[in-house]
Ligand binder design. Structure first.
Ligand SMILES: NC(=O)c1ccc[n+]([C@@H]2O[C@H](COP(=O)([O-])OP(=O)(O)OC[C@H]3O[C@@H](n4cnc5c(N)ncnc54)[C@H](OP(=O)(O)O)[C@@H]3O)[C@@H](O)[C@H]2O)c1
Length: 188
């Protein structure tokens, strides 16, 4: 499965480098081209990444950057993995837009900063359709020390549709439990 990576900033560059070092079939794009110099396969446009890769990771600054990069294009057969941090409302809209355009969507925000990103020791929180999450998870392994999957749970039925980072904060703050990965309940 080929992987695309868009957004080679403070976090994205070391994350993509770890993917490349692990031998991933990778094509990258960054708005400022010099940051893509270390990579063997560099696309000229985001469209080219989407044409060449089955799964495309976005590690972009903010919501405006994601909107600009994705535009209104069709995403048939592509899986978008949003690894940046955005508001829950935006994330819900992004998922709906990706699915409406024929794509699949996983949200995988990370905990950690530049150094853990360089060391491949990020902690990712995966949310979305469990079938798609299972397909994407092994691809993210070279960037992560740990990955948690947020699954549907009657008590927090909207959980997988929110930014998992924010879900965690909400659950901690509200005293509610969340269910992760293997069904364990994490009660704050
Ligand atoms: N930094 C952290 O410690 C940390 C930790 C966890 C999560 N995050 C989250 O991860 C995401 C990325 O963070 P970062 O620190 O890597 O940010 P960053 O260093 O500012 O990099 C942002 C990336 O977005 C690109 N970008 C910005 N506006 C764009 C636009 N309009 N069109 C196309 N590309 C655009 C930048 O391209 P250029 O190179 O051309 O500017 C760059 O590749 C954010 O959502 C952040 O909240 C950050």
């Amino acid at each position: 499965m080929s992987l695309g990576f868009i957004g080679l900033g403070t976090m994205g560059l070391p994350m993509a480098l770890n993917l490349a070092r692990a031998g991933t079939d990778l094509v990258v794009w960054n708005r400022s081209p010099h940051r893509a110099e270390p990579f063997a396969a560099v696309a000229a446009t985001p469209d080219e990444v989407l044409a060449r890769a089955d799964v495309v990771i976005l590690m972009l600054a903010d919501e405006a950057a994601i909107d600009e990069v994705l535009g209104e294009r069709e995403l048939g057969g592509r899986t978008i993995v949003h690894m940046g941090t955005t508001s829950p409302a935006y994330s819900r809209g992004l998922e709906a837009a990706v699915v409406a355009r024929g794509g699949a969507y996983v949200e995988a925000p990370v905990s950690g900063s530049r150094r853990p990103a360089e060391a491949g020791e990020l902690v990712a929180m995966l949310a979305g359709d469990p079938v798609v999450v299972a397909r994407v998870r092994p691809l993210l392994a070279p960037m992560c020390r740990e990955m948690f999957e947020f699954v549907d749970d009657a008590r927090v039925s909207w959980g997988p549709r929110e930014s998992a980072c924010r879900t965690t904060s909400w659950a901690m703050g509200s005293g509610r439990s969340i269910v992760i990965e293997d069904g364990r309940s994490e009660a704050p």
